[in-house]
Design a protein around this ligand. Structure first.
Ligand code: TRP
Length: 450
C-alpha cells in the first residue's frame, strides 16, 4: 500500500510541522525549564542532549519507519508486518499499549492544558479592563480547589482537540499545525525579546548551559531519559501514526533530525525566555514544578503587564493543542479502520473516554486529595505509569523490533536514498545503544520508584 486511507501529509514540511507540533508541548515550556533548574542546569542539559541523540533520535526514526511501511494505525501495521515476515502477532501489543498510554496521557494532559486556558482567559479579561491577578498563589490554589471550574476548562480543551482530529489529516491536523506552529514560534520569540530586555539573558544562559559535573548522578540520567521520551512524543506510537501519513519520497532520517532539532531548540529557547524574567522579578531560580509557571511567573507578569501573561499562556495553549491531537489520533485511526464509526464519531468517543478518566485527575487535586495508589496521588500515579513506565517500555520494544525482528528488506526499503554511513550509524544505535540504555533506565526507574 502506498497511501493511507486517513489521508497523507501534503509535503515534508507538513510532516515536520505536525511531528514537531506533537513534540513541542507542555513538556518543553513547562517541564524542561524546571527539571533543568532542579538538576543542576547545564549538567542536566548535557545528559538530556545525549539521551536525545543516542536514544530519542534512533527510536523516532524507527517509529516513523514502521508507520510508513504500514500506512495504517499501529496495531494493524504490526499485524501486517507479522503476517509478511512471520514475526509473532504478539508484537501488535506495542500498538495496544500505545493506545492505552495515549488515552491515559491525554486524560491528565488535557487537565493541565485546561489550567493554561484558564490563565489565558484571566489575562485576556485583565487586558479588556477586568480585574488582574492580585495574589498568584491564591489564584492557583482556588483553581485547583474548584472541581467544577477544572472540569469545564478540561472539557473545553478536549473539545478543541476533537475539533481538529475530527476534520482528518489534511483538513484538520495539517491545517491546524500550519497555522499554529508559526504562531507558536512568533510568541516564543516575543517572549525571548521581553526576557532579553531584562538584561539577564547572560545569567540565564550561564544557569542553563554551565555544567556542574558534580550534579550528574543516576537520578539525572533517569529524569533526562524520561524527559527525552516525553518531549519527543516517543514510545506510544504517536510518531508511528504520523509516519503512516508520510509520503514515500521523503527521507525519514532528515525529517526526524528536523523534528528533534526543533523540539530541542524550543526547550532551550523556552528556558532562555523564562529564566531572565524569573531572575529579574523573582530572584535566583530554585526548583519550580507547576509553581514556576502558574505562581512565580504571574508575579513577574503583574509588573510586565497583562499582555506578557496573555502571550505566555496562549503560547502554552497552542503548544499543548498541537501535542494533544497526536495523543488522540492513533486510537481514532484504529477505530476508523476497525469499526463502522465515522472519523468524527471515533474521535469523539476516544476523547469522551479520556475526558472521563481525566475527572479522576481533577478530583485528585481537591475532593480525592487523600486517595493514594501505591503511595501516589491519582494524577501522579497515572502520570508515573504512562510516562515513566509505558513510554520507555514501548520505546525499548520498538527498538528491539526494528533492530532485531523486522526483516532487513523492509528496513532497507524505508532507507532508500539514505547514505550508507547514516544507515549504519542508525542501525548500531537502534540495535545496541538505544535498547541497552533505555533498558537500564527502565529497570533502575522501576526499582527506584516502587
Ligand atoms: N511531547 C509532548 C510534550 O512535550 C507531549 C506528547 C504529545 C506526548 N504526544 C505524546 C508524549 C506522545 C508522549 C507520547 O508536551
Amino acid at each position: 500500500m502506498q497511501q493511507s486511507m486517513h489521508g497523507m501529509w501534503s509535503s515534508r514540511l507538513a510532516f515536520i510541522l505536525a511531528a514537531a507540533g506533537s513534540a513541542v508541548g507542555l513538556g518543553n515550556i513547562w517541564r524542561f525549564p524546571y527539571l533543568a533548574s532542579d538538576h543542576g542546569g547545564g549538567a542536566f542539559v548535557l545528559v538530556y542532549l545525549a539521551c536525545i541523540a543516542l536514544c530519542g533520535l534512533p527510536i523516532l526514526i524507527a517509529e516513523v519507519m514502521i508507520g510508513r511501511h504500514g500506512h495504517r494505525s499501529p496495531v494493524l501495521t504490526f499485524q501486517e508486518i507479522a503476517a509478511q515476515t512471520g514475526a509473532s502477532r504478539a508484537w501488535s501489543g506495542i500498538g495496544w499499549m500505545g493506545m492505552v498510554a495515549g488515552v491515559l496521557i491525554l486524560s491528565f494532559y488535557s487537565v493541565v492544558a485546561g489550567w493554561t486556558l484558564h490563565y489565558t482567559w484571566l489575562y485576556l479579561r485583565e487586558l479588556l479592563g477586568g480585574p488582574g491577578i492580585a495574589d498568584p498563589s491564591a489564584t492557583f490554589g482556588e483553581l485547583l480547589g474548584n472541581p467544577l471550574e477544572l472540569t469545564l476548562w478540561h472539557a473545553a480543551f478536549m473539545l478543541m482537540t476533537v475539533a481538529v482530529v475530527a476534520l482528518g489529516v489534511e483538513k484538520g491536523l495539517e491545517r491546524a499545525v500550519k497555522f499554529l506552529m508559526p504562531a507558536l514560534f512568533g510568541m516564543l520569540f516575543l517572549l525571548l525579546g521581553w526576557g532579553a530586555t531584562t538584561g539577564h539573558l547572560g545569567d540565564a544562559a550561564v544557569f542553563l548551559f554551565k555544567p556542574d559535573f558534580s550534579r550528574i548522578d543516576g537520578a539525572v540520567f533517569l529524569t533526562a531519559m524520561g524527559q527525552a521520551f516525553f518531549s519527543l512524543s516517543l514510545g506510544m506510537c504517536a510518531m508511528m501514526t504520523y509516519g503512516a501519513y508520510l509520503p514515500r519520497e521523503v527521507s525519514i532520517p532528515r525529517a526526524a533530525i528536523g523534528v528533534a532539532l526543533t523540539d530541542t531548540a524550543v526547550a532551550l529557547l523556552a528556558g532562555l525566555a523564562i529564566f531572565p524574567i524569573v531572575i529579574q522579578y523573582i530572584g535566583t531560580p530554585t526548583g519550580g514544578g507547576p509553581g514556576l509557571i502558574f505562581t512565580s511567573l504571574p508575579n513577574a507578569f503583574a509588573q510586565m503587564g497583562a499582555l506578557s501573561g496573555l502571550v505566555f499562556f496562549f503560547l502554552l495553549v497552542v503548544a499543548a493543542w498541537t501535542s494533544s491531537i497526536s495523543l488522540l489520533e492513533p486510537t481514532t485511526a484504529y477505530l476508523v479502520e476497525r469499526t463502522r464509526l465515522s472519523r468524527r464519531a471515533a474521535a469523539a468517543s476516544v476523547a469522551a473516554l479520556a475526558w472521563l478518566l481525566g475527572l479522576a485527575s481533577v478530583l485528585s487535586l481537591n475532593r480525592w486529595q487523600e486517595v493514594r495508589i501505591l503511595g501516589f496521588g491519582i494524577m501522579d500515579f497515572i502520570e508515573l505509569v504512562a510516562n515513566d513506565l509505558m513510554l520507555p517500555l514501548g520505546g525499548f520494544l520498538i527498538s528491539v523490533f526494528v533492530g532485531w525482528v523486522l526483516s532487513g528488506r523492509i528496513v532497507r526499503e524505508q532507507f532508500e536514498g539514505v547514505p550508507e554511513a547514516v544507515f549504519r550509524a542508525w542501525l548500531v544505535l537502534v540495535r545496541y545503544v538505544a535498547p541497552i540504555l533505555v533498558g537500564i533506565v527502565l529497570v533502575r526507574g522501576v526499582m527506584a520508584r516502587f
